[in-house]
Design a protein around this ligand. Structure first.
Ligand code: PMP
Length: 356
């Protein structure tokens, strides 16, 4: 930190994103991207004519895209907010709905950006412990009078809670926002978006980065009551009114039009997930039940950090954290069948080399 930086950031520890090697040398199973390219319609939308309009600002309201998303989810355009990735959306949520009198609560093991935003804004925060087997107990969030942020499926565990359980949390915290981060909802989970018309305090957060193969386009969105969306808009227009670029707006609109393509891809990911879990089980791994495009898996005989290092040396990137409660685990993105076969082959090699 230079002597010029504000003192208020002295204790801030920035988020560390997963490795993004640019040389394509790795089988990349570390940041939950889709192995599939964007749909042909998306590629067509990113055409020269669109690029020729880059001299013009994008629509700050993203109206066409918001209309399409509203139609897809059966809500109104006024219920949709667009952000530059759901990371930016989460940033806006922490900025808009939390302060000294509105502390934030999130699971103690969850997406690593939540504590960073809490620290960025100097918020009082509660990290709610998970229960046995990394299970999130909805009762732990009932009536806690805090802004609540929950990832469902949770990251990095992949475990889910039901819509009925989310409804209980919403009902018991009517004076606080409950943000449900559904970044991974489209791989077999049950979205709570149907609750939006009933609960003014609900914000459902989703992203184009996973299911819609657009991590590089940076687009996240919230679905929520008009009141909450207006609050988010107030902060967006006080930060960066043109937060979504023209190419991403065009690509995303085309992605919504090709929803079936992504649904098919998701089916393949879910099949590959079941296959990978079954193969790992044969090798003695224990894997948490996952409804996400990743699994959280643990080899009782080889430490998680070692598996991660050895896989990396063999050209396969997965994710590992040193946090003691989860240090035994690796998070493995579910990619194509070919990628999963390479991963499994390298795991078998490592076990042989370890004499297991
Ligand atoms: N929420 C969760 C739970 C995530 O794992 C991620 C991906 N790292 C995000 C949000 C952010 O995704 P993006 O900014 O690409 O939309």
């Amino acid at each position: 930190m230079s002597r010029y930086m504000s003192e208020r950031f002295a204790n801030l520890e920035a988020y560390v994103p997963g490795e993004q090697p640019q040389d394509m040398r790795y089988v990349k199973l570390n940041t939950n991207e889709s192995p599939f390219p964007p749909s042909p319609a998306v590629l067509a939308a990113l055409n020269r004519a669109e690029a020729e309009h880059l001299n013009l600002y994008p629509d700050p309201e993203g109206k066409i895209l918001r209309e399409k998303l509203a139609a897809l989810y059966g809500v109104k355009t006024e219920n949709i907010f667009l952000a530059n990735g759901s990371d930016e959306l989460l940033n806006f949520i922490f900025m808009t709905f939390c302060d000294q009198n509105r502390p934030v609560a999130y699971p103690a093991i969850s997406y690593g950006f939540y504590p960073v935003y809490a620290s960025l804004y100097g918020l009082p925060y509660t990290e709610v412990p998970l229960r046995e087997g990394f299970r999130l107990e909805p009762g732990d969030y009932c009536g806690i009078h805090k802004t609540i942020v929950i990832a469902n499926p949770n990251a990095p565990t992949g475990r889910t809670i039901s819509v009925a359980e989310i409804e209980k949390i919403l009902q018991s915290n009517p004076d606080n926002v409950v943000a449900v981060d559904e970044a991974y909802i489209d791989f077999g989970g049950e979205s709570c978006v149907g609750l939006v018309p009933e609960y003014e305090n609900l914000l459902v957060c989703q992203t184009f980065s996973k299911f819609r193969s657009m991590a590089g386009g940076r687009l996240g969105y919230a679905i929520g009551s008009k009141a909450l969306i207006e609050d988010l808009d107030k902060i967006k227009y006080s930060t960066n009114s043109y937060n979504i670029n023209r190419l991403t707006l065009a690509a995303a609109a085309a992605a919504i039009d090709s929803n079936d393509y992504y649904v098919e891809n998701s089916k393949i990911i879910q099949e590959n997930r079941a296959y990978t879990v079954a193969e790992l089980e044969k090798l003695g791994f224990e894997t948490l039940p996952s409804k996400a495009n990743f699994i959280f898996t643990h080899c009782p005989k080889v430490p998680g950090g070692k598996i991660y290092q050895r896989l990396k040396a063999k050209g396969v990137l997965v994710r590992h954290w040193d946090k003691p409660e989860i240090a035994g685990y690796c998070r493995v993105t579910i990619g194509s069948r070919e990628q999963m076969d390479v991963f499994l082959e390298k795991v078998r090699e490592i076990l042989r080399e370890e004499g297991e």
